[in-house]
Design a protein around this ligand. Structure first.
Ligand code: GLU
Length: 352
C-alpha cells in the first residue's frame, strides 16, 4: 500500500515538476491559443463515444500534459470554447489578429492553436493566408475527447509543442501536427469522420514526422507567398457560398444562392469540376451578374484544370487548382477583399 502511495506521489508531483523545470532562459516562449474542439472535449464515460466538444478550459489542458514545459516557456489563452463546426469568420479574424499582435509585440517565439478537427483545415489555411511571420504557428486537435480511454489529445498536444519549439519549423507557414505527422495548412484535409488517422494531404503527403521526441521534415510547400492578405481593418469577409455537384442536379440551389446576394460561389463539381447543363446555365447566369464563380471538385484529390471540358473564359469562371471547395472558399473570400477582377483572382488560385 505504502509503495502505491509513494508511486502516485512521484507520478503526480515529482515527474511533472521535473518536466517543468527543464525550460531555461533560452527556451522558446510558446503561447497556446485554445479554441475548443474534441481535444477539450468531455464525455460521461471512458468507453462511450458521446461527448461535448470544447468543455475543458485551457489551464486544465495544459495541466494534463506537464511534459510540455520541458520544451519551452508555455502560457495559454482562451480565444473561444466551441466545437469547430461553430467556427466562424469573426473568430478567424480574432485569432489571426491576436497571432499577428503576439508576433509584432514579440510576446512569443511560436504559437500552438488547439482546435476541433471538423474545420481545422479551413482555419489553418485562413491563418496561413493572413499571418505575417516566419515564426511557427502549429494547429493541433484530437479525435477522442480528453476523458476517453486511449485519448489522443495529450500526445498530440505534446507533439505540437515540440514542433512549435523546433528551430526546423521556422518559415514553414502555418502547419498542422496530428497523429505523429506534420501537414502543410494548404494541403491538409480531414478524411475520416471518426478514425484517429483522419488528417491527410491527399496530393502530396505529410511534410514531416514526429516520433520519439524528434521532429523531422522531408518536404516543404512552395505555395507560401510572402504577401499575405491584410485583415487588420476587417470585421467580416465577402459572402461566398458552396454548391455541391451530383448526377441530375437541379439548378435551384444556385438560383437560391444568387438571390441571397453572394460575392462568390464555389462549385464542388464532379470529376474535373464538371456540371450538368442546367447547373452550368445557372452558374453562367451568376457570373454574368458579377458573382465570382470558382470551379472546385468533389473527388477529394487532383487539380481542376482550365478549359478542359468547360469553356471557363467564355463563361467567366475561375478554377480552384488543387484546393478543395472549403479551402477555395477561404481563398476566394480573402481575394474578394482586394479585387473582383477575374484574371487577378485566377492568378491567386495558381499562386497561393
Ligand atoms: N465536432 C467537433 C469539433 O470539430 C469534434 C471534432 C473534433 O474535434 O475532433 O470541434
Amino acid at each position: 500500500m505504502k509503495k502505491i502511495i509513494l508511486f502516485v506521489m512521484i507520478s503526480v508531483f515529482v515527474l511533472p515538476l521535473q518536466a517543468q523545470s527543464k525550460a531555461t532562459n533560452t527556451s522558446p516562449r510558446i503561447i497556446i491559443l485554445a479554441t475548443g474542439g474534441t481535444i477539450a472535449g468531455s464525455g460521461e464515460s471512458a468507453t462511450k463515444a458521446a461527448y461535448t466538444a470544447g468543455k475543458v478550459p485551457i489551464d486544465d489542458l495544459l495541466n494534463a500534459v506537464p511534459q510540455i514545459h520541458a520544451y519551452g516557456k508555455i502560457s495559454g489563452e482562451q480565444i473561444a470554447q466551441i466545437g469547430s463546426q461553430d467556427m466562424n469568420i469573426v473568430t478567424w479574424l480574432k485569432l489571426s489578429k491576436r497571432i499577428n499582435e503576439i508576433f509584432k509585440n514579440n510576446e512569443a517565439d511560436a504559437i500552438v492553436v488547439t482546435h476541433g478537427t471538423d474545420t481545422q483545415e479551413e482555419t489553418a489555411y485562413f491563418l496561413d493566408l493572413t499571418v505575417v511571420s516566419d515564426k511557427p504557428v502549429v494547429l493541433v486537435g484530437a479525435m477522442r475527447p480528453s476523458t476517453a480511454m486511449s485519448q489522443d489529445g495529450n500526445r498530440n498536444l505534446l507533439d505540437a509543442v515540440m514542433v512549435a519549439a523546433s528551430p526546423k519549423s521556422q518559415g514553414k507557414g502555418v502547419i498542422v501536427a496530428m497523429d505523429e505527422k506534420i501537414y502543410d495548412a494548404r494541403d491538409v484535409t480531414k478524411t475520416s469522420t471518426t478514425n484517429l488517422e483522419t488528417f491527410q494531404s491527399r496530393n502530396f503527403g505529410p511534410i514531416g514526422l514526429i516520433y520519439d521526441g524528434k521532429v523531422n521534415y522531408y518536404y516543404q510547400s512552395v505555395r507560401n507567398p510572402s504577401k499575405k492578405f491584410d485583415i487588420t481593418k476587417l470585421s467580416s469577409l465577402p459572402q461566398v457560398e458552396i454548391v455541391y455537384g451530383y448526377a441530375d442536379a437541379s439548378p435551384n440551389p444556385v438560383y437560391c444562392m444568387i438571390n441571397s446576394g453572394p460575392k462568390g460561389i464555389v462549385y464542388a463539381g464532379m470529376g474535373n469540376g464538371n456540371f450538368g447543363e442546367p447547373v452550368g446555365k445557372a452558374l453562367a447566369e451568376a457570373a454574368k451578374k458579377g458573382i465570382l464563380v470558382c470551379r472546385s471538385g468533389r473527388a477529394g484529390s487532383g487539380r481542376i484544370t482550365l478549359e478542359n471540358e468547360v469553356k471557363d473564359a467564355e463563361l467567366g469562371f475561375v478554377v480552384a487548382d488543387d484546393l478543395n471547395p472549403q479551402k477555395a472558399r477561404v481563398l476566394l473570400m480573402l481575394s474578394l477583399t482586394e479585387t473582383s477582377d477575374r484574371t487577378k483572382i485566377q492568378e491567386n488560385f495558381f499562386e497561393y
